[in-house]
Design a protein around this ligand. Structure first.
Ligand code: SAH
Ligand code: SF4
Ligand code: F3S
Length: 447
């Protein structure tokens, strides 16, 4: 194995694209590198080990990845001893590996989402043998416990509860890049969260592509709601969040957990994708517009002040004006606190790639703009209704541009900016809201 002392003063940089899952994988990679004696370097071009952790979903993901990689070619020319490593979801796609081999032969190490735990030994191979290493596994095997992590914040943390996805929405690449659903044992999760609480973490976000199917097909009996109850009992943890939950699997038991578990935050990210039942069927989402609306009603009946956010795809193949209007109508009925909107784009290897009736780009853009404008108006209206209220904010730190300003989040997940000393970071602070804007709230510390 590598000797920690031999890495004295060596540094690493990780560029992360994609979702929280990838962010957390990067925390694991950073944790492993620090155990090997590496220190973080904010400058990608100066690091001894430069890693790019890729995403296959987010807009322009390919372009941004190959752009970033292109920058590193010069670094490799100037300092050939630099290790350039690439990993993450894109590496699980064969055509990407082929492109890397053909056009980016100077990349030293390629690994995938299923063998992150092997990173130290893969790096060792590159360093000792000066060999190029490509090692991508097709499927996730057993869950590997006990990997280190260098968390981004000392007071809040991501906790993986499951990996993979079995849903195969017809537009989505994730089931192919992250493999089948595997749930961590609740005992392992509880132990991790207890350790986090002991180290000062107040807020945890439970991660999975579809947390509502937690435990399915496992050798234990607890479901997602049971897990929340277990975590709610851990001293020191003050806030529990989770993402993402699929509407088709959201149970009454979980809805009631919001009432019973004081630490479970009043917010839910519930991706709807479309308001048209026909499009939802073609997306293989397994719920109708009406099912979704009923679910929202149930949630609001039990938790009246819950914040609801969503993901919407515009221009899925075959989306007609009527279909799109159904989405606009659903937005009007639900009034989301905020939404991530995506222009549909083809993912190689997914069923929708073959759908004939692709929507022209210009129509997609028109619909997208109309949708975003309305979503933003609604977000602002909702945020305005916070004005005058006193809310508890978990302060996350001072803003980069103005060190006198601190930002943090409400229990409903709203971003709040207020004036205060940096020492408040990591504390729960009562704030009186003075202004509700589209994407954030302003406020003053309530004395
Ligand atoms: N597991 C999560 C989502 C993961 S991907 C869930 O099911 O909610 C995040 C979002 O990317 C999806 O909700 C979807 O809105 C969007 N997305 C995925 N594939 C896409 C594609 N091919 N084109 C456009 N948006 C896509
Ligand atoms: Fe993709 Fe659907 Fe799985 Fe989410 S639930 S990761 S959208 S296949
Ligand atoms: Fe992207 Fe992979 Fe997440 S494709 S959205 S990083 S699971």
């Amino acid at each position: 194995m590598m000797d920690k002392r031999s890495n004295l003063n060596k540094s690493y940089n990780i560029t992360t694209f994609g979702c929280q899952m990838n962010e957390h994988d990067s925390e694991t990679l950073a944790g492993m590198l620090e155990e090997l004696g590496y220190i973080e370097n904010a400058n990608r071009r100066e690091a001894d080990v430069a890693i790019i952790n890729t995403c296959s979903v987010r807009e322009n993901a390919d372009k941004r990845f190959f752009g970033t990689l292109g920058q590193l070619k010069k670094v490799k020319e100037e300092r050939p001893e630099t290790v350039v490593a690439v990993c993450g979801c894109m590496m699980q796609q064969q055509h990407i590996i082929d492109t890397l081999k053909a056009k980016y032969p100077w990349v030293d190490l390629v690994f995938g989402t299923h063998n992150i735990h092997q990173f130290p030994s893969l790096l060792n191979n590159v360093l000792n043998e000066r060999n190029k290493v490509v090692d991508v596994w097709d499927n996730g095997g057993d869950i590997i416990e006990g990997l280190p992590a260098k968390r981004m914040y000392p007071f809040k943390a991501y906790v993986n509860i499951m990996y993979g996805c079995n849903n195969f929405c017809t537009y989505c690449i994730v089931p192919y890049t992250r493999g089948r659903e595997r749930s961590r044992h609740p005992g392992e999760i509880v132990n991790e969260v207890k350790a986090l609480a002991a180290s000062g973490v107040k807020e945890i976000t439970l991660l999975g592509q579809n947390v509502n199917s937690y435990g399915k097909g496992s050798n234990f009996t607890q479901d997602f709601a049971d897990l929340i109850y277990m975590l709610n009992d851990i001293d020191g943890i003050e806030r529990i969040r989770f993402m993402t939950s699929h509407p088709k699997d959201l149970s009454n038991k979980l809805i009631h957990a919001f009432q019973k578990c004081d630490k479970l935050c009043n917010s839910i990210h519930l991706p709807v994708q479309s308001g048209s039942t026909e499009i939802l069927t073609r997306m293989n989402r397994k719920y109708s517009k009406e099912d979704y609306l009923q679910l929202i009603e149930k949630l609001r009946d039990v938790i009246p002040d819950i914040a609801i956010t969503t993901d919407i795809i515009v221009g899925f193949p075959g989306e007609s004006d009527e279909d799109f209007n159904e989405t606009m109508d659903l937005v009007e009925k639900v009034r989301f606190d905020s939404a991530f909107t995506f222009l549909y784009s083809i993912r190689k290897g997914t069923p929708a790639e073959k759908y004939k009736d692709q929507v022209p780009e210009s129509i997609k853009h028109q619909r997208f703009d109309r949708l975003v404008d309305r979503l933003n108006e609604i977000s602002q209206e909702i945020n305005k209704s916070y004005e005058g209220n006193i809310v508890l904010v978990l302060a996350e730190g001072s803003s980069k541009t103005n060190t006198k300003m601190i930002s943090g989040r409400t229990v409903t997940g709203k971003l709040v900016n207020f004036k205060g000393p940096a020492e408040l970071t990591g504390k729960l602070v009562p704030i009186r809201i003075t202004e509700g804007k589209t994407f954030s709230l302003n406020g003053d510390i309530e004395k």
